[in-house]
Design a protein around this ligand. Structure first.
Ligand SMILES: Cc1cc2nc3c(=O)[nH]c(=O)nc-3n(C[C@H](O)[C@H](O)[C@H](O)COP(=O)(O)OP(=O)(O)OC[C@H]3O[C@@H](n4cnc5c(N)ncnc54)[C@H](O)[C@@H]3O)c2cc1C
Length: 418
């Protein structure tokens, strides 16, 4: 079958890998000249298989008034005249219950563990892939006793789902990651997950696209998709248009990240995907600096740090303010100050490259993977803060479903609701 995938980010390319492997004739289309030109370019680099609990959790509601009024808050809402924004916020708030959050965590762990297995298989099968992949392990540090207490409870729950994690004292945190020595008095403890990985998502996409091209996948780059419309001859089928011409396809997969909702809306396909704007800074590591070997999350500040080769990537911030990719200098400065407080050597010595990206977020934090009411239109969207982590599993689910037409238990969990 001829399959057109809209989007050459980590989700579109992973989908291309599995669909091509199943024997389909695959074309990836993107509006940019290069792959990974949007959200997959500068993300936090975490393959965070055991840290998938959604932002929508029971602890969030009490923090929101503080977060939404302080300028240095990691989450900010800028109200827009947008029904989509308000609908998303209301659905987000209704998902902030213990029951819903535990259910989402359970579902996402099943998908992330599948993703981990498939990522490791891919790396073994494609030795030319080169993307700063390291089995680094991850340490989430907590600064107050209450947060550490909640983290221990989550650890117990996640252990029951198969995650291997350990609670550490501040001394043990520093023993594991000496670059944290100067902040030891500020720490209440940490949770260590030895099985987590880190890697450069943009380099993964570039490297994977080289493999895909060699395997016969076609790329139509610099090709904006202007419209999706129903076929004149068959109202239950969709056509994809770029610059006034339709692109021939038996099936179409939408993997267009944060821009999925406006693209699908004219067809009457509503997906609750809204952009959550985030920032990253990439520092070139000065020689002999105290930089972390392990991936670190500063829980209270919601900032993640990953070593990518000879660079340190700091990423965080979630601003609910629409589709603009304009960087707010104050938010960049805030992220820089966070990085400087935790890793002063690096931040002092290195010039940092700032980047802005839009997380394609659903209110509950679960991606949308599967068929639509149109016979030939499929979705792989809404991966929020976990697109790199969940890419392989989501792509395998989509490819299996598109190939066999059969539902399966894990596929059902992420299926579109229409
Ligand atoms: C600050 C930040 C930190 C993050 N950290 C992590 C992390 O540590 N670990 C993790 O797992 N995830 C992380 N994420 C999330 C992750 O980056 C995303 O979930 C993932 O990149 C989404 O991939 P995607 O392929 O869906 O979207 P994208 O990478 O945005 O790709 C979508 C593609 O579709 C194309 N497109 C859209 N519309 C059209 C159109 N009309 N015509 C043609 N092409 C179109 C775009 O050009 C784009 O190339 C982070 C995100 C941010 C913002």
């Amino acid at each position: 079958m001829r399959i057109v995938i809209v989007g050459a980010g980590v989700i579109g390319l992973s989908s291309a890998y599995f669909l091509n492997r199943s024997g389909h004739d695959v074309t990836v289309v993107d509006r940019h000249p290069n792959v990974a030109a949007e959200t997959s370019a500068g993300n936090g680099g975490q393959l965070s298989y055991s840290y998938v609990a959604p932002l929508a959790g029971p602890g969030i509601v009490s923090k929101l008034p503080r977060w939404l009024t302080r300028p240095d808050s990691p989450v900010r809402l800028r109200p827009r005249l947008s029904i989509e924004q308000w609908r998303w916020c209301i659905a987000f708030l209704s998902a902030c219950t213990r029951r819903r959050s535990d259910l989402t965590t359970r579902q996402l762990i099943a998908l992330s563990f599948l993703s981990r297995t498939l990522m490791h298989e891919l790396i073994a099968a494609q030795p030319t892939l080169d993307f700063d992949f390291v089995r680094s392990g991850k340490l989430v540090v907590h600064r107050d006793a209450q947060a550490m207490h909640s983290a221990r409870q989550l650890l117990d729950f996640q252990r029951s789902l198969g995650c291997e994690q350990h609670a550490l004292s501040p001394d043990q945190c520093v023993e594991l990651e000496p670059a944290l020595a100067h902040v030891k008095p500020l720490l209440a403890g940490g949770i260590h997950t030895p099985s987590e990985d880190t890697a450069d998502c943009r380099r993964f996409c570039e490297s994977l696209s080289t493999v895909l091209r060699a395997q016969g996948v076609q790329f139509l780059m610099d090709t904006p998709i202007d419209a999706l419309s129903t076929r004149r001859t068959a109202g239950d089928e969709v056509e994809v248009w770029s610059r006034g011409a339709s692109i021939a396809a038996d099936h179409i997969v939408i993997a267009s990240g944060a821009c999925a909702a406006p693209l699908l809306k004219p067809l009457g396909v509503r997906v609750p995907v809204y952009p959550l704007k985030g920032y990253s800074l990439t520092f070139d590591l000065p020689p002999h600096s105290a930089t972390p070997q392990i991936s670190i999350t500063d829980f209270s500040r919601k900032v993640v740090y990953a070593r990518l080769g000879e660079r340190l990537r700091a990423a965080g911030i979630a601003d609910i303010e629409g589709y603009s990719l304009e960087a707010d200098a104050a938010r960049v400065a805030m992220l820089r100050a966070e990085a400087a407080a935790l890793f002063p050597d690096t931040a002092r010595a290195g010039h940092a490259r700032a980047w802005v990206g839009l997380r394609p977020a659903t209110p509950r934090g679960t991606p949308i993977v599967g068929p639509t009411r149109y016979r030939n239109l499929w979705l792989n969207v809404g991966h929020g803060a976990l697109g790199f982590t969940l890419a392989m599993g989501s792509a395998a689910l989509l490819s299996g479903w598109l190939g066999s037409g059969e539902r399966a238990e894990l596929r059902d969990l992420f299926a579109p609701s229409h």
